[in-house]
Design a protein around this ligand. Structure first.
Ligand SMILES: [Zn+2]
Length: 67
């Protein structure tokens, strides 16, 4: 019974932390600013693009997610 409980805890931790989404994303700020004032970031690791308000930087990796 303790084994089952342990497995459930491990699964819950994996679902919450999602370690597979924490790959090293190396965001580079694109020099071109978007028309609405946001700044475009491009990940050189997976090629994802993210537009964020000025002064913020991406924290997550978008690898494997639909754009
Ligand atoms: Zn990435």
């Amino acid at each position: 019974m303790l084994l089952v409980l342990g497995i459930l805890i491990v699964i819950a931790v994996l679902l919450v932390l999602r370690p597979w989404q924490r790959r090293d994303c190396r965001w580079r700020q694109d020099a071109r600013k978007l028309a609405d004032g946001r700044v475009l970031f491009t990940c050189v690791a997976c090629g994802a693009n993210m537009a964020l308000p000025r002064g913020r930087s991406p924290k997550t990796c978008l690898a494997g997610q639909p754009q």
